[in-house]
Design a protein around this ligand. Structure first.
Ligand code: UD1
Ligand code: CA
Length: 434
């Protein structure tokens, strides 16, 4: 960066058009709150990132501190100084150049933010040309000079017809903010202090204001739940693209959902309809159609189709087949091909989990562990009642309910009611057949 730069992200507003009890900037896109993305872009350019908060500030701060260290949070006095200008009143940037972003622009990238630093004007402001400008501040330009920005609620009919709008990102010299923020007034339709009024004040004093035409797709504010879904489609596309460029194979990628926290290593193949959530790591593995993996590590394995790997599972050199649910379990060198629930379990190498095996980990009050050793053969339709520990080299007969306790190496465990054969029953009951 040629300039020393501070970045301010405005995130104090309620976002009432979201129609939600949750603060707008905490709504999630690809598994992370939308504010995460603008901070990530800002962080790539400077260490001085200041986030202005007010509405639900405790939740906003707690959410962002999970991802970033060393952010500065400033609380806006929304009682006395509402509005985007009010939001800037207590901000103390460290550097001479101050870039202001809205917290509701998750699609903005580091690259387009850095474009604002290429000019040496007193103010660089983002403009977009739209076919329908409703909802935005209109930019009044005369002879190529920006004169002022008029908010929709304050605009005359002629001003409303202007299709050049303020995208809401600005680069100011710090001295410009220091001079004009104290001069803002709230004599407007919303009785708010508008940051956008700095433009007209600076213009009257002959300062240089450069418009920078930006891409609508990156600068579009998220103001409604529809906007949220549109932004997620674009973000998801970027995430998939990044991982495909890194070598991941995806079949019908537009049907695959991958959250921001997911990572891949080595050669991975992801089939259609897969959902990958949280801080999941997939290494040299094949995830088959319509499987869901949450917050887990999958290494040298194949999973699915239609398997569900729930949080905190570690799966290594393992085959997981269809309709298998795994939760908070460690499986290494295991085969679980069909229809099982494996929860709170540790399962050793060479063990085969028969179809329909269930770990009964919950007694209605507490959860208990299941520990299964190496080379255990579990017959189909067995139940393992936890807490339970099965040593290496054990065979469990199909249909066995293995009750809690410890089982030693080398044994067969079998619990089966004896078979009864009742001759002639079918004909007697149904009145047909031989
Ligand atoms: C703002 C601009 C408008 C521009 C549009 C682009 C002003 C007065 N208007 O309008 O010209 O076209 O963005 O998207 O700046 N915020 C605070 N404190 C507040 C109010 C808002 O921090 O008191 C934050 C919000 O959390 C949000 C951002 O500022 O992240 C923008 O607020 P919003 O209410 O969405 O502004 P717009 O009406 O869209
Ligand atoms: Ca907005």
């Amino acid at each position: 960066m040629p300039h020393s730069l501070s970045i301010v992200i405005l995130a104090a507003g309620k976002g009432s058009r979201m129609k939600s009890p949750k603060a707008k900037v905490l709504h999630e896109i690809c598994g992370r709150e939308m504010l995460f993305y603008s901070i990530k872009a800002a962080r790539a350019l400077t260490d001085d990132v200041i986030v202005v908060v007010a509405h639900q500030k405790e939740s906003v701060i707690a959410a962002m501190e999970r991802y970033f260290e060393g952010l500065t949070f400033v609380t806006q006095d929304t009682e006395n100084f509402p509005g985007t200008g009010g939001a800037m009143m207590d901000v103390k940037p460290k550097h001479d150049n101050v870039l202001v972003l809205n917290g509701d622009m998750p699609l903005i990238t580091q690259y387009s933010v850095s474009e604002f630093m290429k000019s040496d004007s007193d103010i660089v402001m983002s403009v977009i040309e739209l076919e329908n400008s409703s909802g935005y501040g209109r930019v009044v330009i005369e002879n190529g000079h920006v004169l002022r920005i008029v908010e929709e609620k304050d605009a005359s009919d002629a001003e409303k017809a202007i299709l050049t709008v303020n995208a809401g990102v600005y680069a100011f010299k710090r001295s410009v903010l220091e001079t004009y923020l104290p001069k803002l007034s709230n004599a407007n339709a919303q009785s708010e202090y508008y940051l956008t009024d700095v433009i007209a004040l600076a213009r009257k004093d002959g300062l240089e204001i450069s418009p920078l035409i930006v891409e609508e797709v990156e600068f579009k504010g998220v103001n409604s739940k529809f906007d949220l879904s549109t932004a997620e489609i674009i973000m998801m596309d970027r995430i998939r693209r990044t991982w495909m460029d890194a070598g991941v194979i995806m079949q019908l990628p537009e049907t695959i959902y991958i959250e921001e926290g997911v990572c891949f290593e080595g050669e991975c193949l992801i089939e259609n309809g897969v959902r990958l959530c949280g801080e999941t790591l997939i290494v040299n593995s094949h995830i088959k159609a319509h499987s869901v993996i949450e917050e887990s590590i999958i290494r040298d394995s194949d999973v699915g189709p239609m398997a569900h790997i729930r949080p905190f599972s570690m799966i290594e050199a393992t085959h997981i087949g269809n309709f298998v649910e795994v939760k908070k379990s460690t499986l290494k060198g295991v085969k679980a091909g069909h229809l099982s629930y494996l929860g709170d379990a540790t399962i050793g190498e060479g063990t085969n989990i028969g179809a329909g095996t269930i770990t009964c980990n919950y007694d209605g009050v507490k959860k208990y562990q299941t520990i299964i050793g190496k080379n255990v053969f579990i017959g189909s339709d067995s139940q393992l009642v936890a807490p339970i520990e099965i040593a290496d080299n054990v065979m469990i007969a199909a249909g066995t309910t293995v009750t809690s306790g410890k089982y030693e190496s080398g044994i067969l465990i079998l619990s089966r009611a004896p078979i009864r054969k009742v001759a002639g029953f079918f004909t007697k009951f149904f009145g047909k057949g031989a």
